[in-house]
Design a binder for this molecule. Sequence first.
Ligand code: TPP
Ligand code: SF4
Length: 200
Amino acid sequence: MRTNLNKIQRCPGCGDFLIHLALKQALAELKIPAHQTVVVTGIGCSSKMSQYMDNYGAETLHGRGIPFATGVKLANPELTVVSVSGDGDTYGIGVGHMIHAARRNIPFVHITCDNQNYALTTGQASSTTPIGAKTKSTPEGNELPPMHPVNLVESAGCQFVKSVSDKDIKGLKETIKEAILFPGFAHINVQQSCPSWKRW
Ligand SMILES: Cc1ncc(C[n+]2csc(CCOP(=O)(O)OP(=O)(O)O)c2C)c(N)n1
Ligand code: SF4
């Protein structure tokens, strides 16, 4: 939580508003006190979320939120630890950490805000960009097949993997609650809208 913050830096219509709201509501409905909650993020538009929550938080390095969250949970298993980052962060630069978190099954939640692009750096193609999508880095259309994150994380051993749309705010909130209560590593892939760059 940043105490000197007077503005949330997001574009109008960004799906991160909905994911942020669902996470806050889930924590409130489970009555988990702020001083027992840590939200860890990587770097990206979605990763700014740790600054905007009322609990403890850490905005770490690009792709490195998951190892940081693992360390927090190991150091104090009583804490509720939620890691949040984008698809570039989770399935690109940080994909190795995601696979090993799934294998280790340490009980914390990772939420991927999957807007199918690297948004903070102005919309380059990521691991989940569909074939044909025109982005800053693929002006003629993306030629690479997208990764299927749910299959990937499941095959690495994760026993709680769900995919939810940011538009299903109630479903997302309930899924986050289930994930927090799950006694192992839980991963939620949120299909996130990004009106500024995701135009496919
Ligand atoms: C090691 C490193 N490489 C590259 C960057 C530049 N960088 C900052 S944010 C970002 C993209 C973030 O995309 P994503 O994780 O999908 O999150 P989004 O912004 O879409 O929410 C990149 C490449 C960085 N900060 N650190
Ligand atoms: S660029 Fe996309 S992900 Fe980033 S704040 Fe704007 S709408 Fe949200």
